[in-house]
Design a protein around this ligand. Structure first.
Ligand code: UT7
Length: 333
């Protein structure tokens, strides 16, 4: 008998209306469109504007779209996991806010903090609840309002991030389709190179922390790049080898969108050609936990039942990993 798998049965994404182009950034910091495009592949990013708007507002759009597509009511959701580093509040969890706003009154939920690997961490956690048979409908959200923690005077960091959200629905599959394998890694010693210095229990907010701009992302970009480029490629190759996948077997690489150069290096190590790589970094920049579900959303119509997808990410923590997914449905249109 085929072992029950957790399959993605619907996906939806959302980016806010307002766009910040590279040329807009030229007015804020000493940078230029050519540098940003050639060093990162980014041309623009979407920014959530409006008083009182937070990460949950983008996630809500993604979850509502998901339910509509799948033809389910939010009350059918059993569990909602939200991956984010920009929660609406320190507590309660953004998952609680999302379930309330969408009317998922029968769901419980929690947040996962794993930065850019947040979505794949949450996906591998959510899958367990389906595989055990405990729940029937698990929603996994990746959402970040990065603009809320970006210092728009730090040219090395502000250029890569944007805001966005994506969500998938997980349901049981008995045809051998869904999440087949995952490899998750972390190395906390990497925290020195990518973190937010203040606002946690180690350094609570004070006038001094605000004056020192310590509530924004601190990134030693060069060092993070060095680790990302090696580890994202290594873990992607590891998941291929564990599952006896050749580059020909892979239909799509779905990489975290932090820097086009990291994505290209990963694809090249895997032997996967450019036409099999989902890449929307030029439109959205790095939306942290949002990048991978936003790729799935943008490519959904091209995905076919049985397609082999490798999702892979690297991010703050350090955290990294890869997930092997056999796509479970053909798009309706
Ligand atoms: O998403 C999760 C994890 N994050 C990542 O994976 C990000 C990894 N890091 C990166 O993507 C890259 O390190 C960045 C895009 C952040 C920076 O690119 P880089 O090629 O590593 O630049 P760099 O920091 O080595 O700087 C090279 C030069 C420096 O000038 P000098 O010292 O060579 O004269 C910088 O001052 O580029 C300069 N520079 C800029 N110039 C124009 C740095 N930022 C900018 C800028 N515009 N925005």
């Amino acid at each position: 008998m085929t072992q029950m798998k957790a399959a993605i049965t619907a996906v939806h994404g959302y980016v806010p209306e307002d766009i910040m182009t590279n040329h807009d950034l030229e007015k804020l910091v000493d940078t230029n469109d050519e540098w940003i495009r050639t060093r990162t592949g980014i041309e623009q990013r979407h920014i959530l504007k409006g008083e009182g708007k937070g990460t949950s507002d983008m996630a809500v759009e993604a979850v509502r779209g998901l339910c509509e597509k799948r033809g389910i009511d939010p009350t059918d959701i059993d569990l909602l996991i939200c991956a984010t580093v920009t929660p609406d509040f320190t507590f309660p969890a953004t998952a609680n806010v999302i379930t309330d706003k969408v009317g998922a009154t029968n769901a419980w939920g929690f947040d996962i903090i794993a930065a850019c690997s947040g979505f794949i961490y949450a996906l591998s956690v959510g899958a367990q609840f389906i595989e055990t048979g405990k729940y029937k409908k698990v929603v996994v959200v990746g959402a970040d309002k990065m603009s809320s923690i970006i210092d728009y005077s730090d040219r090395a960091t502000c250029i890569i991030f944007g805001d966005g959200a994506g969500a998938v629905l997980l349901e049981a599959n008995n045809e051998g389709l869904g999440i087949i394998d995952s490899v998750m890694k972390s190395d906390g010693s990497g925290r020195a190179f990518l973190h937010q210095k203040a606002g946690g229990s180690v350094k609570p907010a004070s006038h001094a922390t605000v004056d020192a701009r310590e509530h924004s992302v601190y990134q030693d970009g060069k060092t993070v790049f060095k680790y990302a480029v090696v580890n994202m490629a290594d873990v992607s190759v590891e998941i291929m080898e564990r599952n006896n996948l050749t580059s020909e077997d892979i239909t799509w690489l779905v990489p975290h969108q932090a820097n086009k150069r990291i994505i290209d290096a990963t694809a090249s190590r895997m032997g996967v050609s450019e036409d099999k790589v989902m890449m929307n970094i030029h439109r959205y920049g790095n939306t942290t936990a949002g990048t991978i579900p936003l790729c799935l959303h943008d490519w959904e119509k091209q995905l076919k039942k049985g397609d082999n997808l490798v999702l892979s990410a690297f991010g703050g923590g350090f955290t990294w990993g890869a997930v092997y997914v056999k796509w479970a449905y053909d798009s309706k249109s």
